[in-house]
Design a protein around this ligand. Structure first.
Ligand code: ADP
Ligand code: MG
Length: 274
């Protein structure tokens, strides 16, 4: 019996809802829009008049020295941190500053933290099943009738993250890199419109980094992906448009070549190289 149907037998309380009835409206503008956002922590301006727009389906890399405000920016988008002033919109319909964290997540904003948090004792397949079962938007009925659809989605995601052959192995046997892909897969189960990924390749081997580059690049177009990453080689390998944050503001934006030749950016990265 599938893990999901066991869950159904135990719970029997799930009701089926169609996916969110308030789709993101990107007909006239970007999918994500931050305007004049400010955040202070005890008088220290972590985010300082930040302006940022992300287009639907775009893959954006965000770079910047330590303390530039990259993680705080993600905290603001996901509702974890409230800005002091400014606007944050998801499409033209959803003012994220009026919403709490779970509601923002269920609009289709998925966030991948640095440390993988897969369930090691469950199989790869079960991890993906569980990710779907916790989707607030499509709390499934978990009936046998629905299972083929779930299975199809899981197979699709397994293919995308390259773990099809390991589907019935416990997640605990996966390498660090494979766990990161599984966690991205768990986010994909919920069909996010925007994926926020914080330092995906930290601790990965060269080969895993290459595979992660392919994975993130393949996601773009289907959803918007914002990648914060320190590894410049990696950023260069996936970069389309790059935003450089510094002291809580955008210092430069453009292609990797444009930003890495920008004298202001070079100054900020002095000694580190870009
Ligand atoms: P990055 O991710 O670019 O390295 P962060 O967004 O983590 O930068 O941090 C930006 C700045 O804000 C840093 O100087 C950090 O120390 C500070 N900061 C972040 N979160 C908090 C917090 N909850 N309380 C106080 N200071 C914070
Ligand atoms: Mg950070």
């Amino acid at each position: 019996m599938s893990f999901l149907s066991q869950l159904a037998d135990r719970e029997q309380v799930f009701t089926f809802l169609t996916p969110t009835d308030s789709p993101v409206d990107v007909r006239h503008g970007p999918i994500l829009y931050l305007e004049d956002v400010n955040v202070s922590f005890d008088g220290f301006k972590a985010i300082n008049n930040l302006n940022l727009t992300i287009d639907d389906g775009e893959l954006r890399c965000i770079i910047g020295p330590n303390g530039a405000g990259k993680t705080t920016m993600m905290d603001i988008i996901t509702g974890k941190t409230r800005p002091d002033t400014g606007s944050v919109w998801f499409g033209s319909r959803h003012n994220l500053l009026n919403m709490n964290e779970p509601d923002i997540a269920s609009l289709g904003i998925g966030r991948k933290f640095q440390k993988p948090t897969v369930f090691e004792a469950l199989t790869i397949f079960e991890n993906l099943e569980l990710a779907m079962a916790t989707d607030k938007r499509i709390l499934p009925t978990l009936t046998a009738r629905m299972l083929p659809e779930y299975r199809e989605r899981i197979e699709e995601v397994l293919e995308t993250i390259g773990l099809t052959e390991l589907l019935s192995r416990p997640a605990g046997i996966l390498s660090h890199g494979q766990k990161q892909w599984l966690e991205i897969g768990m986010l994909l189960m919920q069909r996010p419109r925007l994926l926020l990924v914080d330092e995906p390749v930290a601790g990965m081997t060269e080969q895993e980094m290459e595979r992660t580059a392919e994975l993130l690049t393949s996601l773009a177009g289907k959803q918007s992906v914002v990648v914060v990453e320190h590894d410049m080689g990696f950023v260069r390998s996936i970069a389309r448009k790059v935003t450089v944050l510094h002291q809580g503001s955008v210092l430069a934006e453009g292609s990797m070549d444009q930003v890495s030749n920008d004298p202001e950016v070079v100054k900020v990265y002095l000694g580190e190289g870009i």
